[in-house]
Write a protein that binds this ligand. Structure first.
Ligand code: FSO
Ligand code: SF4
Length: 562
C-alpha cells in the first residue's frame, strides 16, 4: 500500500496520483487524515439524510459543518494535521449526537430497535484515541482505493462527484459567510456524499447525480453572486493599480471578501496600506471597497508565484482561502492564515463570533513591524466585467456581434498553475483572431490579463468577470445572450470554451457548464487523472469534451467555431 493516494487536482503526480507526497506540499499524514475526514463526513451524511427524510430532524449547524470540512480538504487549503484532527473529532461528535437523536426519534415512531440494525462502518466507527498515527492508519484504509475490486468507472464517478461537491461546498460556505443561505444545497451535498457509499447505484445513476451536482452548482454560484453583490454592490469597470505606494502594507490573498472588508475597516487610519493578491484582485471592482484610500490595488500574479511575490512584498500577508503554497522561512513570520486555511506553525486568525468581526490586530502589528513592498510592475489592468457591467452594455455587445465586429467569445475561465504547459493559454490569447473576445473568471486570467489585447469598439478583448467564485456571471451572460439573439440552444451562441482547471472549484464550474447543456468544452492543460477511460468516453459522447491540443491547433479550430 502506498503512503497516500490523492488524485483530486491537476497536479497529481505523473497525471496519475500523488502517492509519496503531494506535489502541492501535502504530507502523507495530512492526505490520510483528509481521507478519514471525508469518510466520516459520509458517516455524518448517512445520518443527516435519513434524519431529514424519514424523521423530520434537521441540524443546520451540522449541515454547514459538512460543507466547511469539505472545503478544508480542497487542494491548497489546509496542511495542518492538528486542524484535521480537530475536524475529525467534531465529525465524530456531530455524527454520534445526531445518531442518538435520530435513533431515539425512530424508536418513538416505530417502537422498535430496528433503527440500529445493519449500519455501515462509516456511520458508527469511533477511534480508540485521537492520536494522529492511529487516525492516519484508518485514513489509509478508507480512502479512494479502499475497495481495490471496485469497478473503475464507479470509482471515477464517485470521486468526480465528491470533488464537485467540494467545490460546491466552497461556494456555498462563502455565501454563508455573507449570511446568504440555501438549505437545499447543503442537503444535496449530504445526499450526494451518502450516495457515494451506495453499492446499488449504477454508473448511469452516478452520471445522473453528477449532472444534478452541476445543477446545484449553478444554484450555489447564484447564491454566492447574490451574497457578494448584495453586500458590496455590482463590480464596476475599473483600472486597477498594479504598482506600489510607500508605507507598511498587508497583502490579502485567497477569495474571501468579508475578511477584506473587515481588514480595510481595521486598518483605516493606521498608516497601513492594503493590497490584493491572486484571486482577490476582483475585489478592487466592488463599489463598497472603493472608498478606502489605503486600498492601493493588486500586487503580483496568480497563486503559484507566491513564494517570490510574498518575499518581495515585504509586509504582512493574509491568506483567506486557497491557494496556499509551502511558505518560505523568509516570510513565514509575517504570514497569517484564517478560516479553513492552515499551515503548521503559521499564525492563525480565529473565526468571528456571531455578529462580530475577526480581530486582525496581529496582522496589522506585523505589517507595522515589517518592510515595505518592492515594486514588481507598474501600470493598471482592467477588471469589473461581471454580469451587471456586461449586461449594462448588452445592446452594444449584441450590435457588435450582429455587425460581425465581435466574431466570437472564448470562455477561458478557470485556474492557473505551475506547469510550463499552461503557457498554452497565453499563446491562445495572443493568437486568437482580433475579433474574438475572451470571457474569463478565476486565476487563469493571469496568463493573459497583462498582455494589452486591445478592445473592439470600446469593449475590452479580455472581459474579466472576477474570481472563479464569480463564474456564475459567465453562465448568466451566455444565457442572456442566447435569449437576446433569439437562439434555442446555448451551443448555437458564438462562444467557445477553453477552460483551465486545477482544483475542485473548477470541477464544479465544469459540471455546472455541463448541466447548462454546454458542449464542445476544451479542458486543459490535461484531463483529470480521476476520470477513468470509461467516464471520459461518456463525457466525450454526451458533451464532446476534449483535451486541449496545441495552442495553434486550438486557435485554428476556435476560429472556425469547432
Ligand atoms: Fe485559483 Fe487556487 Fe480561484 Fe482555485 S487561486 S486555483 S479554482 O483556488 O479558486 O482560481
Ligand atoms: Fe497531489 Fe493535487 Fe492531491 Fe496535492 S491535491 S496531493 S498535488 S493530487
Amino acid at each position: 500500500m502506498s503512503e497516500m493516494f490523492c488524485y483530486q487536482c491537476q497536479e497529481a503526480a505523473k497525471n496519475e496520483a500523488c502517492t509519496i507526497r503531494g506535489v502541492c506540499g501535502k504530507t502523507p499524514e495530512v492526505a490520510n487524515l483528509q481521507d478519514l475526514l471525508v469518510w466520516l463526513l459520509k458517516g455524518v451524511s448517512f445520518w443527516t439524510t435519513r434524519a431529514r427524510k424519514n424523521l423530520d430532524v434537521v441540524e443546520p449547524e451540522t449541515d454547514l459543518f459538512v460543507a466547511q470540512a469539505l472545503f478544508a480538504t480542497i487542494t491548497n487549503v489546509n496542511f495542518d494535521p492538528d486542524r484535521h484532527v480537530a475536524w475529525i473529532r467534531e465529525a465524530v461528535a456531530r455524527r454520534d449526537a445526531l445518531r442518538e437523536r435520530a435513533q431515539a426519534r425512530c424508536r418513538e415512531l416505530h417502537g422498535s430497535d430496528g433503527c440500529a440494525a445493519g449500519l455501515p462502518e462509516h456511520a458508527v466507527w469511533t477511534p480508540k484515541s485521537y492520536d494522529t498515527t492511529i487516525l492516519q492508519m484508518k485514513g489509509q484504509l478508507v480512502g479512494v482505493l479502499a475497495d481495490p475490486e471496485l469497478d473503475a468507472d464507479i470509482r471515477s464517478l464517485r470521486e468526480l462527484l465528491i470533488y464537485g461537491l467540494k467545490g460546491m461546498a466552497a461556494y456555498t460556505d462563502h455565501a454563508y459567510v455573507l449570511e446568504q443561505s440555501n438549505d437545499d444545497i447543503l442537503a444535496f451535498i449530504e445526499e450526494a456524499l451518502d450516495a457515494t457509499t451506495d453499492d446499488s447505484l449504477t454508473a448511469d445513476d452516478l452520471v445522473g447525480l453528477v449532472l444534478k451536482a452541476g445543477e446545484m452548482g449553478v444554484e450555489a454560484m447564484r447564491l454566492l453572486d447574490e451574497a457578494n453583490t448584495g453586500a458590496y454592490g455590482h463590480p464596476e469597470p475599473t483600472q486597477v493599480n498594479i504598482g506600489v505606494r510607500p508605507g507598511p502594507a498587508i497583502l490579502v490573498s485567497g477569495h474571501d471578501l468579508r475578511d477584506l472588508e473587515e481588514l480595510l475597516i481595521q486598518t483605516k487610519g493606521t498608516g497601513v496600506n492594503v493590497y490584493t493578491h491572486g484571486e482577490m484582485l476582483p475585489a478592487n471592482a466592488y463599489p463598497a471597497f472603493k472608498g478606502y484610500d489605503h486600498f492601493v490595488g493588486n500586487y503580483g500574479g496568480s497563486w503559484f508565484r507566491q513564494q517570490a511575490e510574498f518575499e518581495a512584498f515585504g509586509g504582512a500577508i493574509l491568506m483567506t482561502t486557497n491557494c496556499l503554497v509551502s511558505p518560505l522561512e523568509s516570510y513565514k513570520d509575517r504570514l497569517f492564515t484564517t478560516s479553513h486555511v492552515g499551515w503548521p506553525g503559521v499564525s492563525h486568525i480565529a473565526d468571528r463570533e456571531a455578529g462580530g468581526a475577526k480581530d486582525f490586530s496581529g496582522v496589522i502589528a506585523a505589517a507595522q513591524a515589517a518592510g515595505e513592498p518592492q515594486a514588481l510592475e507598474e501600470g493598471t489592468i482592467p477588471i469589473g466585467f461581471a454580469r451587471a457591467t456586461v449586461m449594462g452594455v448588452a445592446d452594444k455587445v449584441i450590435e457588435a456581434v450582429q455587425a460581425g465586429d465581435i466574431g466570437r467569445f472564448v470562455v477561458m475561465a478557470g485556474c492557473d498553475g505551475r506547469q510550463a504547459s499552461r503557457g498554452y493559454f497565453t499563446e491562445v490569447a495572443e493568437h486568437l483572431p482580433q475579433d474574438h473576445v475572451i470571457l474569463t473568471a478565476g486565476c487563469a486570467k493571469y496568463r493573459y490579463n497583462k498582455l494589452n489585447l486591445g478592445d473592439i469598439g470600446g469593449i475590452p478583448r479580455v472581459l474579466d468577470a472576477g474570481q472563479c467564485n464569480d463564474s456564475y456571471s459567465l453562465a448568466y451572460i451566455a444565457l442572456q445572450l442566447k435569449d437576446a439573439l433569439g437562439l434555442d440552444d446555448i451551443n448555437d451562441l458564438p462562444i467557445s470554451y477553453d477552460v483551465a482547471w486545477y482544483e475542485q472549484k473548477a470541477v464544479i464550474v465544469l459540471l455546472a457548464l455541463l448541466a447548462l447543456g454546454v458542449k464542445h468544452i476544451r479542458l486543459g492543460p490535461s484531463l483529470p487523472a480521476f476520470l477513468s477511460p470509461g467516464v471520459v468516453d461518456v463525457l466525450v459522447k454526451h458533451f464532446d469534451i476534449k483535451p486541449t491540443a496545441t495552442a495553434m491547433e486550438d486557435v485554428a479550430a476556435i476560429a472556425v467555431g469547432a
